[in-house]
Design a protein around this ligand. Structure first.
Ligand code: BJW
Ligand code: ZN
Length: 260
């Protein structure tokens, strides 16, 4: 029989019926907190900065001060940002499901910010690392930041990376650059969650970057239903049972918490 309910109501029913849920987030999740996405025209980071010059291991080897300064600018922006209503809705939803015993919620994010955690949600699986966990580029030991946090000028300024306390090597941002493998523990946690869930809710990702974008497809193959929240078109449009066209901070409270 044809489903004549409005998509939001039908999507809410699908969520209520699901036992294990994975929420898979991308940069659009944090856009309304003032953290820029990567690929949105005009406002995306890659519209203003070169990924090749800033987000590859070769770039860091060539010009560590340029790369470190840019990431310090990004870190300062995220520190100044606050979780939005979408992050808070996910946190509230996960807490409610845990209290009711109505099924687990795993948050898998491509984001390198800490806004899911600061909203009080479950610790997210960070596929692309974190802006807040630098490590030594030579020996891999975890490092600490110097106190300097440049907020000006836009895009940061050249800044020498702090030195490793163990070996004296230059610290590097703890994020995953193009051409690098994803952290093994995060990948296997995400992969297991995808294999064992009934529903994946994709929020604010263009689904263009692999291997992360393959994870919801993996869940789909294992029998899960896909839902999507995004104001734009993405590679998941054709795969999702429901495409809720809107922003994370407006749709998620209505979808997950019933705040219309
Ligand atoms: C809203 C909204 C609102 C707006 N509300 N929504 C297969 C084919 C071709 C290439 C490859 C392939 N497999 C691998 C590759 C190469 C490459 C890749 O995928 N390239 C593609 C771009 C073609 N992948 C890699 O290099 C990966 N590594 C790898 O493959 O290694 C192989 C290897 C294996 C073993 C050993 C060694 C090597 C690594 C990828 C790492 C990605 N890193 C970045 C930077 C992280 C650090 C940093 O932050 O600087 O991760 S790139 C960037 O893209 C970042 C993001 O996590 C990632 C995904 O972006 P996301 O989140 O989807 O953001 P956007 O901007 O693309 O989309 C935003 C969306 O939000 C849009 O849809 C908007 O509509 C929406 N939106 N406002 C809701 N308010
Ligand atoms: Zn070291």
């Amino acid at each position: 029989m044809m489903d004549t309910r409005p998509p939001l109501a039908a999507a809410r029913d699908a969520i209520s019926a699901a036992r294990r849920i994975v929420i898979f987030t991308g940069a659009g999740m944090s856009a309304e907190s003032g953290v820029p996405t990567f690929r949105d025209a005009l406002t995306g980071l890659w519209a203003r900065f070169s990924a090749e010059a800033l987000a590859t291991p070769e770039a860091f080897a060539r010009d560590p001060e340029l790369v470190w300064g840019w990431y310090e600018w990004r870190r300062a922006r995220v520190r100044a940002a606050q979780p939005n209503a979408g992050h808070r809705a996910i946190a509230e939803f996960a807490a409610r499901r845990a209290a009711e015993g109505s099924g687990g919620v795993t948050v898998v994010t491509q984001n390198v910010d800490d806004l899911h955690e600061r909203a009080g949600g479950p610790a997210a699986v960070h596929l692309h690392g974190s802006l807040f966990a630098p490590r030594c580029g030579a020996c891999g030991a975890p490092g600490a930041f110097a106190t300097v946090e440049p907020v000006e000028p836009e895009g940061g300024r050249r800044l020498a990376p702090p030195r490793c306390e163990q070996c004296g090597g230059a610290l590097r941002p703890g994020v995953v650059w193009f051409g690098e493998g994803l952290p093994e523990a995060a990948w296997s946690a995400a992969s297991q969650a995808m294999d064992s869930c009934d529903l994946v809710l994709c929020v604010g990702t263009s689904a263009l970057v692999y291997p992360a974008a393959a994870l919801p497809e993996q869940a789909l193959r294992a029998g899960a239903m896909l839902l999507q929240v995004n104001p734009g078109h993405t590679a998941f449009d054709a795969l999702a049972r429901f495409n809720l066209k809107g922003s994370a901070a407006t749709v998620l409270p209505a979808l997950l918490c019933g705040n219309h």
